[in-house]
Design a protein around this ligand. Structure first.
Ligand code: F0G
Length: 437
């Protein structure tokens, strides 16, 4: 078997050429995934090769995605690749967050350290490589902000025209600012993410624009490297749990696929449980897991959350995600706006920080340990998906007691840290500092 596109629907499994411009199976409409033949790969050889590449100065070896290029064999020529040295994100110990989450130890894989400040860069470098391989000139995405920032950066760096569609008034300013700065043609539509995605899927086909949402199977291939790099950092010792926020559910699909492939090659001997955390007002995947019949997701028509990155009511990758979570033995949790806000402040106090959606990971861990699903002694990695500075407005409001949940309920600034205004008077300033010592 060579690399090809395979329908994800187990009842269909039709195969298509790797260079066909397809996002869904023409026969049954299900999503496609890249089918890789890894039968000739040897675990020991790969782990040594990837370790050696850390000493190289070559751009593709320095990239935390392309260092693992044996796992992304769809790229036929390095000339197609645009790298901004993505990946290479740290795995950080965070004792205070561990304590808050009810754990003895917690490691945070911080994808906010990426070039555009979110995990999207791992996938985007792969999606843009495929766009260039196909000879596409224009690329588009619908986004709650991070995908558009990332796509704009990689398209600009690769000489493609980025066109982004975003929900009017509902993306964090840090993300919009990035898209504008990277030169994306930016279209704000008065609709929510799910409505715009349906619109753009139809438009892309009509106008011959290459779609780089997470329905694009090559983006999923790139996002596999988040987990590959994390396991490399842990010397191929899998944790008990990997916890991550869920919106459109592309990332958990990518994690599950990576874990399956790594196990098949023999780089790991077991698959960690995947725990997906959603915001209470945008939790169709959580609802699905509450039911015994999980054959159909019920979309949330008007999703709400201040964690705008995951304000999604009709997740396109839900079937892939269901498969990966179930087959890992994992679970799905939901958290309130207050829980997200407080967990985020705790991650900040670790000297780390993240954007609101990312903090759903820690908020979810706290609930899952309280419920006895995750145990204090478990080995847990939480993925922080985006950088603190993506949404400074949220941060300022929280610390100054002005953060309101959708619907207008005021949130409590449990760990608030309001700035103090003092006169230009050394006596008063020193008296204040002595009092606060
Ligand atoms: N965290 C952040 C910071 C995100 O930007 C997203 C998704 C997610 C988590 C959820 O990941 O969709 O793979 O389940 N943001 C997309 C965007 C939808 O347009 O930037 P997912």
């Amino acid at each position: 078997m060579s690399t090809e596109l395979v329908c994800f629907n187990p009842a269909c499994k039709k195969r298509y050429g790797i260079d066909e411009v397809l996002y869904q199976c023409p026969a049954c409409d299900a999503l496609l995934e890249v089918g890789n033949d890894f039968s000739s790969l040897r675990a020991e050889h790969l782990s040594q090769l990837w370790l050696r590449r850390r000493q190289s100065r070559e751009a593709l070896d320095v990239s935390g995605v392309w260092r693992y290029r044996e796992m992304l064999p769809f790229v036929s020529s390095p000339a197609h690749i645009v790298t901004l040295r993505e990946g290479n994100t740290p795995l950080l110990d965070a004792p205070r967050a561990a304590e808050y989450g009810g754990l003895g130890r917690l490691q945070l894989k911080h994808q906010g350290y990426n070039p555009s400040g979110s995990f999207k860069d791992n996938g985007m470098t792969a999606g843009v490589a495929q766009a260039r391989k196909l000879g596409m000139h224009r690329v588009a995405c619908v986004s709650t902000g991070n995908t558009s920032a990332s796509m704009a950066a990689y398209a600009a760096a690769g000489g493609l025209q980025p066109i982004i569609f975003i929900p009017h008034g509902n993306i964090a300013y840090g993300k919009l600012a990035q898209a504008l700065e990277y030169g994306a043609l930016t279209i704000q539509v008065e609709a929510n993410f799910d409505e715009i995605l349906a619109l753009v899927r139809a438009l892309a086909e009509k106008l011959g624009i290459y779609l780089l949402n997470s329905i694009n199977p090559f983006r999923i291939e790139g996002q596999k490297t988040i987990v590959i790099e994390m396991l490399d950092q842990r010397a191929w010792t899998p944790p008990d749990w990997i916890v991550l926020p869920g919106g459109n559910l592309g990332n958990v699909s990518a994690f599950g696929k990576a874990l399956r492939e790594l196990k098949q090659i023999g780089l790991i001997d077991r698959i960690p449980k995947l725990a997906v955390v959603q915001a209470e007002g945008s939790a169709p995947f959580y609802d699905l897991f509450q039911r015994s019949d999980r054959s159909q997701i019920h979309n949330v028509a008007k999703p709400e959350t201040l964690a705008t990155a995951i304000r999604i009511g009709a997740p396109v990758s839900w079937e892939k995600a269901r498969f990966e979570v179930e087959s890992s033995g994992g679970c799905v949790e939901r958290v309130t706006e207050q829980e997200i806000a407080d967990a985020k402040a705790i991650i900040g106090r670790c000297g780390i920080g993240c954007e609101p959606a990312s903090a759903a990971s820690l908020a979810g861990i706290r609930k899952l340990t309280a419920a006895g699903v995750i145990h204090r002694a478990d080995d847990v990695v939480a993925v922080l998906t985006g950088h603190l500075l993506k949404d400074p407005d949220y941060v300022y409001r929280y610390h100054t007691g002005k953060l309101e949940a959708p619907g207008g309920v005021k949130l409590t600034s449990t760990f608030g840290n309001e700035p103090v205004v003092l006169p230009n008077d050394p006596e008063k300033i020193s008296a204040f500092l002595e009092k606060r010592n």
